[in-house]
Design a protein around this ligand. Structure first.
Ligand SMILES: C[S@@+](CC[C@H](N)C(=O)[O-])C[C@H]1O[C@@H](n2cnc3c(N)ncnc32)[C@H](O)[C@@H]1O
Length: 275
């Protein structure tokens, strides 16, 4: 059966990997948003106060913020951190400190090099928005989770960077902002994979910046700038850029220029008695 839901343009994985490798040294300066969303993600399952699943896989582990938190859950036996960018995984290793991860895996979330039913739980904080084929990535998570195991992740929704998108659209017709998948499509992908007890919720977090340029520097620092293939290379045009800046400036409030990040939180389970 083919899913008829929102599907995004294909990211160039080499560009995504390089971008996060480049960002790995500076990444932790820019992570307050990721930390906030990661902490709220763990609250979705009251993970820190619940008995730990024995084996956990953290997909898109990055510099290891979520992995570190997961490693503190009482009773955890094995933790695998997976990321497409080796520079990020090296940071995870040092971040985990005392906890000896069972494995750090440099791989694509769309093709996980683990056997089926290898782990009791998959967690992921803000990585799935970089997958070209979210259905495939979700199918892979389903495959590696044991029956009755859990899947918990966060991603960005379509309201994310709506101000930047609107400001660019008044300046030219290029694609300057990554596209993000809506809640209904995510629910459908999960159901298609076979998950049950699906819960998808979201909240808009508004950050304020000194200027639109500060926002763009922040996005670059966290490796989250525009990476889709429709982006304009070369001379985007100083005129269009200035026009975008002045459209964005018109949104300024006393706190600064706003940028919306729609955090989407997902929990699901693999039913008992299935492969
Ligand atoms: C925004 S960072 C989040 C890192 C971490 N989870 C955190 O909470 O700080 C996204 C991470 O996903 C990784 N990533 C992007 N696409 C990926 C893919 N297809 N497979 C695995 N990891 C990927 C990036 O290299 C990056 O480390």
């Amino acid at each position: 059966m083919t899913a008829q839901f929102t599907q995004r343009k294909i990211f160039n994985k080499a560009v995504v990997r390089q971008s996060f490798d480049d960002a790995s040294d500076s990444y932790n300066q820019f992570t307050s948003l990721q930390r906030e969303i990661g902490s709220r993600l763990l609250e979705q399952r009251d993970a820190l106060n619940s008995p730990a699943p024995k084996k956990v896989l953290d997909i898109g582990a990055g510099t290891g913020y979520l992995s570190k938190k997961i490693s503190e859950i009482n009773g955890l036996r094995e933790l695998y951190g997976l990321d497409i960018a080796v520079g990020m995984l090296n940071k995870t290793k040092s971040h985990l400190g005392e906890f000896k991860a069972a494995g750090l895996i440099c791989a694509d979330a769309e093709s996980i090099p683990l056997a089926g039913s290898a782990v009791n739980a998959v967690y992921s904080n803000l990585a799935y928005q970089w997958c070209s084929d979210l259905q495939r990535a979700i199918d892979e998570a389903y495959r590696v989770i044991k029956p009755e195991g859990t899947f918990t992740f966060s991603t960005f929704g379509p309201q994310t960077l709506r101000e930047l998108k609107a400001s660019w659209s008044s300046a030219d017709n290029g694609v300057h902002v990554n596209e993000f998948i809506d809640d209904d499509s995510i629910r459908n992908y999960l159901a298609e994979a076979g998950f049950c007890n699906i819960d998808v919720s979201s909240e808009n977090i508004i950050n304020y910046y000194d200027s639109p340029k500060h926002l763009m520097l922040d996005l670059k620092g966290m490796g989250a700038h525009n990476m889709n293939p429709g982006r304009n290379h070369g001379l985007t045009g100083i005129k269009a850029f200035k026009s975008m800046l002045s459209a964005y400036e018109a949104l300024r409030t006393e706190k600064g220029v706003p940028a919306c990040f729609q955090a989407v939180y997902v929990t699901a389970e693999k039913p008992a008695g299935c492969k």
